[in-house]
Design a protein around this ligand. Structure first.
Ligand code: NCD
Length: 314
C-alpha cells in the first residue's frame, strides 16, 4: 500500500509533526538566495485539476520545481476529457506517462480517494468538493504558529471561521487540524450556510459574528462558494454582507492583536472589505507564501524519504 495525503483525518499526530518539521526545513530553503534543492531530481509531479485554481496549483508546481522535480500540468479545458475520457482513464494515462505523484482537485467529494484506490502512485488531495483540502489547513496552521510564535501547537487560540461553512472543504480540514493542535474553533454563519448537524464537530457555533468578535484571536473568513450552490438556494449577498462581512468597524471589536485569514480567492466587498484584506492584521499574503514551503514538505514527505534524499537538501 502506498502512502497518500488525502485528508487531515487520515493523518496521525506523528504524520502532522513530521509535516510541520519538514515545512520548517523548507522555510529555510525558501529564504535562500537560490531557493532550490535537488531533493526530488528525477521525480515527476503531475497536477490534475478538474476545478479552477490560482494559488493551489501554482504553489504545488512551484514547490515541485524548487525540489527539482519535473512537472506535468493537466488543464481540463485542453484535455481529452472534452472528448469523453473517463476520470479513471485520464488518471491512469498520467500514471503511465511516468508521474511519481499526482496532485488532484475535483468538484466531487470522495473523488480523490477513488482515484487513489486505482493508482499505484501517491496522491495529494488539493480539494475534493466540499470534503477536504489538507494542505490548505497545514499552511494555515503553520502561518498561525509563526504569527503567534506557538511552536508546533495552537493552544489557547480562539479562532472564528466565518461564512459559507456548508460548502467549504477548507473549513472541514481546518476544524480538524486546528482543534487537534489545541485551538478553540467557533463556526459563524447564517443557518443556510452551516451544516444541518454539527453535533459531531468539535466546535462552538454562532449565527452572529458581532457576538463572538470580542473573543477572537483569529477571524478566518470564507468565500461564498457560489459554484456549489444552486441558484434557488443562493443567499442574498447584500444581506449576507450586512451581518457577516468582515469590515474595519467589525474588526475593531476583535482582540487588539487579532489577525485575519482567508484561503483566497477573496471577493472584496462581499465577505471581506478591501481595507481589512489589505490591513496589517491580514495574513492573506503570508498564507500564500507559506503554502510553497508546506507543499514542498508534503511532496518531500511522500516522495523524498527513500534513498537518503534528505542530504540533497543542502
Ligand atoms: C479554496 C478552495 O478551492 O477550496 N481556495 C484555495 O484552495 N485557496 C477556497 C475557495 O475556493 O473559496
Amino acid at each position: 500500500m502506498h502512502r497518500s495525503l488525502l485528508s487531515i483525518s487520515d493523518l496521525s499526530d506523528e504524520d502532522i509533526s513530521q509535516l510541520l518539521e519538514l515545512s520548517r526545513v523548507f522555510f529555510e530553503v525558501n529564504a535562500r538566495e537560490i531557493p532550490k534543492v535537488p531533493a526530488l531530481r528525477g521525480k515527476t509531479v503531475a497536477t490534475l485539476f478538474y476545478e479552477n485554481s490560482t494559488r493551489t496549483r501554482l504553489s504545488f508546481e512551484l514547490a515541485a520545481s524548487r525540489l527539482s522535480a519535473d512537472v506535468l500540468t493537466f488543464t481540463l479545458a485542453s484535455s481529452s476529457v472534452s472528448k469523453g475520457e473517463s476520470l479513471r482513464d485520464t488518471a491512469e494515462t498520467i500514471e503511465a506517462l511516468g508521474a511519481d505523484l499526482i496532485v488532484m482537485r475535483h468538484s466531487s467529494s470522495g473523488s480523490v480517494q477513488l482515484v487513489d484506490s486505482w493508482l499505484e502512485v501517491p496522491l495529494i488531495n488539493a480539494g475534493d468538493g466540499a470534503h477536504e483540502h489538507p494542505t490548505q489547513a497545514l499552511l494555515d496552521a503553520v502561518t498561525l504558529m509563526h504569527e503567534f510564535e506557538s511552536g508546533n501547537r495552537l493552544d489557547g487560540l480562539n479562532i472564528a471561521i466565518v461564512g459559507d461553512i456548508l460548502h467549504s472543504r477548507v473549513a472541514r480540514s481546518n476544524v480538524q487540524l486546528m482543534t487537534r493542535l489545541g485551538a478553540t474553533v467557533t463556526l459563524v454563519g447564517p443557518p443556510a450556510l452551516l451544516p444541518a448537524d454539527l453535533s459531531l464537530w468539535p466546535v462552538k457555533v454562532s449565527n452572529f459574528l458581532d457576538d463572538v468578535l470580542s473573543e477572537c484571536d483569529v477571524v478566518y473568513v470564507l468565500r461564498i462558494q457560489t459554484e456549489r450552490i444552486s441558484e434557488s438556494l443562493m443567499p442574498s449577498l447584500s444581506e449576507f454582507s450586512k451581518s457577516f462581512a468582515l469590515n474595519s468597524a467589525r474588526l475593531s471589536r476583535a482582540k487588539k492583536d487579532a489577525v485575519v485569514m482567508h484561503p483566497g480567492p477573496i471577493i472584496r466587498g462581499v465577505e471581506i472589505s478591501g481595507d481589512v484584506a489589505d490591513s496589517h492584521q491580514s495574513l492573506i499574503r503570508k498564507q500564500v507564501k507559506n503554502g510553497i514551503s508546506v507543499r514542498m514538505a508534503a511532496l518531500y514527505w511522500l516522495l523524498g524519504a527513500d534513498k537518503g534524499r534528505l542530504e540533497t537538501l543542502w
